[in-house]
Design a protein. Sequence first.
Length: 256
Amino acid sequence: MPMRLHRAFRRWVSGGLVLLLLFMQLATAAYACPAELQALRADAAMALMPGCDGDKSGKDSALANHNVLLITLDTTRADRLGCYGYSKAKTPALDAIAARGVLFEDAVSQVPLTLPSHGTIMTGRFPKEFGVRINNQGAIGPTHPTLASIFKQHGYRTGAFVATFVLDSRFGLDRGFDVYDDEMSNVSMQTQPLDWEQPANIIADRAIAWLDADKTRPFFAWLHFYDPHDPYIPPAAYPKSYDGEMVIPTFNALIT
């Protein structure tokens, strides 16, 4: 997680509870199963409704009006994070969040692809149910409610900031978001659209600007970071030997 975002995260926490849901994709990474995600989606809706716990007094739920921050890290290996036991990891911000939160140790992705995986997160459904099985084909239709649409119905500001064309709004994940920032105008158009991506600092800056623009209402914000994805090129400030060079030969051996 970019350090600036981590500082902003702490600032938002100081103004009220922020629920951080961290999902990671592929292989050893973590998702809940669709049944659990459907329960989570239902809980999110119920948590926003007065008296939802059976209390007839009409008092708001303990979670009502609190901020919700969803961060997804694309193709992140759980076995390369300190909070999952990797002693050489350089992930202090994530480790700190995991230490004071809930860490899932046994969870399975429904599909090892970015678009349908995020569709499952947002709808709580299997890819075959919402109609998107692979990247760059199809779109999630209006049949199933999404986390964003539920929060929006209850007065939340909703914003999404995604780092790859694979999650472009044309594929349907924008439903329910007031702002869905999939802007790619500053990337090289000499490449294929599926290769278009934004670095974490741009995504973080856009999200922070949106969050700071209106502090009168609670928010549901989704930030998607793509930096861990192939071709594993770290920013100049970070050592190039940090596991990327180890992963690439292994990956190449699998696909050749």
